[in-house]
Design a protein around this ligand. Structure first.
Ligand code: TXA
Ligand code: MG
Length: 602
């Protein structure tokens, strides 16, 4: 099934735009596909009665046709029209949990297309509690078949931007309703028999369901008590998978988890943060418990780095863990670690809320491995661990026919989307400023543009504008750049160094820059010798790599340094070789440079 772009751009409709929402509903009834928010994750909706429209959803998602879609309604009165039987059990769950994060599987009525249910004689029915979803579904008036709005195999989207990332140009519009409240998909319960079978765990927990049964209890699909019901067809594939490999860090036994009773906590997230200062206020027992939680992260990180000093590690963890890392202040470990903090470490509700966006965020930081906090509770923890174990599946267990997840490129956000912005700048220095330093400046500028925008790695609502420039220790001002180097750089990135005029490095230039990188070691030493007060921000390419633990050793175990020969006077091939080598080093150093400048990609 070929995935074909159908639109130049997918429309983004604000949730306050009631005319826009009505327009989306009209387009849906006319056979288009619309992305919309719910309290669980964003959905990709179409008319469930229209087989041709449903095919468009499967195509946009790249989803295998044997995996049924669930039907969304805006009014409980619609249920009788789309199912052929409501068992007393189904009625009980409908009364207790709808609207809310539950999908009740019942026998289907003829009006629901076979494409929607993938040929099954049952249909999953769900009435979201999210007010924007409700407004949209009411305006549609038809049953809306909708899977989660991600590309098959990728983490489900819990914000409109992530929907656009996977779907831009493939669907007519997305309604932006902000962050999803729960962040994990609905609980899917088969109610065609007398015992509820939980096909997919979610925020409505087994205990919640048991509490409304008149005797008996729900069974988990695949458990011994459940011999007959087939699993939700979608649960058999690797899912929710970021590009990086995911590993689960176990929570020590006996740790008291919070937010496991998701419905009880109303899905509300506390934005808890913990600083190094706060750690000092912990009691001895609390501190000991925290050390036990953080240890698996540190041990595993060190193990990964000892076998690959270039590895980049993402942590999906609580804020106390990040504070512990800050307190340890291990420069190399920190340089290789990217954090995505969900809130209080023991809060599984916060961890669930942030999981999918967190996995996407860490992918954008280009980490190789994601170490994610595990939970061993029995309520919401079951749903959280279900998603996390699927995300940590082996790469070979991909949905058949789907390509490996690609490193995502993010939809650019305008800088004015941030509350605040600050600027940061890096300076490249060589002896003259006509060749190597210009090459670095130009290539760095291209990389910066490609990865825009940047956010502060401390506060996500603060943007960072990053600049780069170059200068030469013994340069004359106003010289033209080396034409051979211009040609070489143009060949690599499409844009040469023609527009760069040479200038001599001086204290005013050093002052304007937050990081100074010289081509060779001696140059960094000479700057530090003359201006010891700025030593913290001056490195050569080699010493910067070493300071970040990016060391290569030769066969005798000696650390190799980055050596860049000067191609001046040599033929063009030598220039090209040098420019390519600098480009390769910059690509390795790039994430460390922006981190040093206090920035992260988003
Ligand atoms: O929270 C949610 O349920 C979100 C939002 C958008 O409502 N939707 C969602 O849809 O997660 P989807 O398609 O990504 O996952 C639906 C799951 C799949 O695992 C599918 O196999 C299962 O429900 N399912 C759907 N209809 C079924 C049926 N008739 N019998 C058994 N399983 C079914
Ligand atoms: Mg899904």
């Amino acid at each position: 099934m070929e995935r074909v772009k159908k639109y130049d751009k997918t429309l983004l409709i604000d949730s306050s735009d009631s005319k826009g929402i009505k327009d989306c509903a009209r387009h849906l009834v006319n056979g288009e596909v619309i992305g919309f928010p719910t309290e669980t994750v964003y959905g990709l909706g179409c008319d469930a009665r229209n087989g041709e429209a449903v095919k468009k959803v499967f195509e946009a998602k790249g989803r295998p046709a044997d995996n049924p879609l669930i039907c969304h309604i805006g009014d409980k009165d619609q249920i009788k029209d789309i199912v052929s039987e409501i068992t007393p059990l189904a009625q009980r769950l409908i009364d207790a949990f709808m609207p809310g994060p539950i999908t009740v599987v019942m026998k289907k009525a003829a009006c629901i297309s076979d494409e929607t249910t993938a040929g099954l004689d049952t249909v999953g029915v769900r009435m979201p509690s999210n007010p924007v979803a409700n407004e949209f579904l009411k305006a549609c008036g038809v049953p809306v078949a909708a899977p989660s709005a991600n590309l098959s195999g990728r983490p489900s989207p819990t914000g409109a931007r992530s929907v656009l990332e996977d779907m831009d140009g493939y669907i007519y519009a997305v309604i932006d309703g902000g962050d999803s409240e729960f962040g994990l998909e609905s609980t899917v319960v088969d109610c065609t028999g007398t015992t509820p079978v939980i096909l997919r765990p979610g925020a409505v927990t087994k205990a919640d369901i048991d509490s409304v049964l008149k005797g008996g209890e729900a069974v988990m699909s695949g458990s011994l008590a459940d011999k007959e019901t087939p699993k939700a067809p979608g649960m058999k594939y690797r899912h929710y998978a970021p590009y990086a490999q995911v590993e689960i860090m176990k929570m020590p036994e006996g740790t008291k988890i919070e937010g496991d009773d998701a419905m009880g906590s109303d899905g509300k997230i506390s934005g808890a943060t913990c600083t190094v200062e706060d750690l000092k206020k912990l009691s001895d027992d609390e501190a000991k418990e925290l050390v036990n939680i953080v240890s698996p992260f540190i041990l595993r990180s060190r193990e990964i780095l000892s076998s690959n000093p270039f590895a980049r590690i993402g942590l999906y963890c609580g804020s106390e863990i990040k504070a512990m890392y800050d307190k340890m202040n291990d420069k190399i470990l920190s340089a290789h670690t990217e954090f995505c903090v969900y809130g209080k470490t023991v809060d599984v509700s916060a961890a669930s809320h942030g999981l999918f966006e967190g996995l996407r965020y860490l992918d954008v930081q280009e980490v190789d491995v994601i170490l994610a906090q595990g939970f061993d509770g029995e309520g919401l923890s079951v749903a959280y661990m279900n998603r996390l174990s699927k995300a940590s599946g082996k790469k070979e267990e991909l949905t058949p026919g789907m390509p490996k997840p690609a490193r995502p490129s993010r939809t650019p956000l305008p800088l004015d989307a941030f509350k605040d912005t600050f600027t940061a700048s890096v300076l490249f220095v060589d002896d003259n400023n006509t060749s190597l330093s210009c090459c670095l400046e130009s290539l760095m500028r291209r990389m910066l543009e490609k990865n825009e925008p940047y956010t502060s790695n401390r506060e996500s609502d603060t943007g960072v504008e990053i600049y780069c420039e170059s200068a030469g220790l013994t340069a004359m001002d106003g010289m033209d750049p080396d034409s051979q180097m211009d040609k070489a750089v143009k060949e690599i990135s499409g844009i040469g160094i023609n527009s760069i005029e040479s200038r001599r490095a001086n204290p005013a230039i050093y002052d304007c820059n937050d990081l100074i990188l010289t081509v060779r070691d001696e140059q960094a030493f000479s700057i530090i010798k003359a201006f010891p007060e700025i030593k913290e921000k001056v490195f050569s390419l080699s010493t910067f790599a070493a300071a970040n633990g990016l060391v290569m050793k030769d066969s005798s175990g000696k650390v190799m340094s980055i050596s860049v020969p000067d191609p001046t006077g040599e033929n063009f091939e030598t220039y090209l070789h040098t420019a390519k080598a600098l480009n390769a080093w910059l690509e390795i150093l790039f994430p460390y440079i922006i981190k040093e400048l206090g920035a992260a990609r988003i």
